[in-house]
Design a protein around this ligand. Structure first.
Ligand code: FES
Length: 167
């Protein structure tokens, strides 16, 4: 009887242990489904002060592990009211620096004032519009908002909403 009792106790404990481990896994799975998508978890807001930029200067910054090109347009670079980010009296090109063909990183060519993608020869103008080669569409504009002279990447402000309606 005592042996039978302790055997039952053992089985009960063993089952309880398995159930507890299973419960932990189930909770883990549930938590995974509650958590935001990985891209959202790693998403931060990147704030860039545009005021030190010179006319014609281009910078590449990292946002959510992506390169973002910021070009402050000088007077000899064509403006594009459908795509330019206007801060104060300056116009900027703000685009994700990944070719819309297969994702290579294009380079800025100051002499011709355009972006060239070395992978298959795609070309984008200074506003990021595809002008030659296989890229099927302009460079993407990342979500942003303007805060004084600062550009906040990752937040959709009214200026961004206006551009994506046009671009
Ligand atoms: S990846 Fe840029 S042209 Fe193909």
């Amino acid at each position: 009887m005592a042996v039978e009792q302790s055997r039952r106790d053992f089985l009960g404990m063993a089952f309880g242990g398995v159930a507890a481990v299973g419960g932990v896994f189930a909770l883990g799975a549930m938590k995974a489904s509650w958590d935001p998508l990985p891209s959202v978890i790693s998403a931060g807001f990147t704030t860039v002060d545009l005021s030190p930029m010179e006319m014609g200067e281009i910078r590449t910054i990292e946002w959510r592990k992506l390169p973002v090109f910021i070009l402050k347009k000088s007077s000899d670079i064509a403006k594009n009211s459908a795509r330019d980010v206007v801060v104060g009296d300056a116009s900027y090109t703000v685009v994700i620096g990944l070719c819309t063909h297969l994702g290579c990183i294009p380079s800025w060519r100051p002499r011709t004032q355009d972006f060239i993608c070395a992978c298959h020869g795609g070309v984008f103008d200074a506003s990021g519009v595809n002008t030659f080669g296989p890229p099927p569409r302009p460079l993407d504009i990342p979500p942003f908002k303007i805060d004084g002279t600062k550009l906040v990447l990752g937040e959709e402000g009214p200026e961004y909403a206006k551009l994506v309606g046009n671009a």
